[in-house]
Design a protein around this ligand. Structure first.
Ligand SMILES: Nc1ncnc2c1ncn2[C@@H]1O[C@H](COP(=O)(O)OP(=O)(O)O)[C@@H](O)[C@H]1O
Ligand SMILES: [Mg+2]
Length: 231
């Protein structure tokens, strides 16, 4: 894999230049978009519905393609040549959290958190077991481990989803409207979890309508007409 995009002393974990994305070849949902995010950055992306926030998350998360420009994830340039490695890069470096949790309701909290290992050939060794214990403790899920997800509250479900996003220890966490289904109290709990992760050096990207989430330490952007503008 090529290691381009090294720039200055510190290398951005995510670097996007001149990125364009169209679904219909008529309108560019993302249009010459630029972004650089470094380790420990907590980024909040706001914008009206339909402006391309989820599209951008899917492109950064290697769930969707783009048409023009460059995208570098942790020094690896993402292009047609690296395309067949997308799933490996994604599995190693990126954790996702969605508004609708995307958990399996009929199985336990523990089974959901360990799902990323179900179809991988990674041996669940002691390191992973210790990481699991730490994540479950940090997220206050210890007492819920063996409970079925169907029996949890929205805030608990979202903490399980975050735990699952963390179990492979990714550098990047992408959260698309993670508090969209939560009340104020659970929103605060979930956002506090993201802030702790940021202190651990992860790159956190949160898409939200809820501007009360942001603090002055965050990088705040507004997505409009395909471009990110600093707030
Ligand atoms: N898979 C798709 N195929 C075609 N058009 C899409 C697809 N996904 C999103 N779009 C369009 O792209 C635009 C941006 O959508 P989206 O990224 O979901 O916005 P947001 O998350 O900001 O609400 C919308 O006009 C939407 O209709
Ligand atoms: Mg969206």
């Amino acid at each position: 894999m090529s290691t381009l995009c090294v720039n200055g002393n510190e290398q951005p974990v995510i670097e996007i230049k001149g990125l364009r994305k169209t679904y219909d070849r008529k309108r560019y949902v993302l249009d010459n978009l630029e972004l650089k995010l470094y380790s420990g950055d907590m980024t909040i992306i706001e914008g009206k519905s339909g402006t391309g926030k989820s599209t951008l998350m899917n492109v950064i998360g290697l769930l969707d393609d783009f048409n023009e420009g460059t995208l570098c994830i942790d020094g690896i340039e993402i292009n047609k040549k690296t395309k067949r490695k997308y799933s490996i890069i994604r599995a190693q470096k990126i954790g996702f959290v969605f508004q609708a949790y995307h958990l399996i309701e009929a199985i336990s909290v523990k089974e959901n958190i360990m799902l990323p290992f179900l179809y991988s050939n990674i041996n669940v060794n002691n390191d992973i077991k210790q990481r699991y214990d730490k994540i479950v403790t940090d997220l206050g899920l210890g007492e819920l481990e063996n409970k079925k997800v169907a029996l949890l509250s929205g805030g608990e479900k979202q903490r399980v989803a975050i735990a699952r996003a963390l179990i492979k220890d990714p550098k990047i966490i992408i959260a698309d409207e993670p508090t969209g289904n939560l009340d104020m109290e659970n929103t605060k709990i979930v956002i506090d979890v993201f802030r702790k992760l940021r202190e651990m050096g992860k790159v956190i990207i949160i898409v939200t309508h809820d501007i009360s989430i942001a603090t002055s330490d965050d990088k705040r952007f507004y997505l409009k007409e395909g471009k990110l503008m600093l707030c």
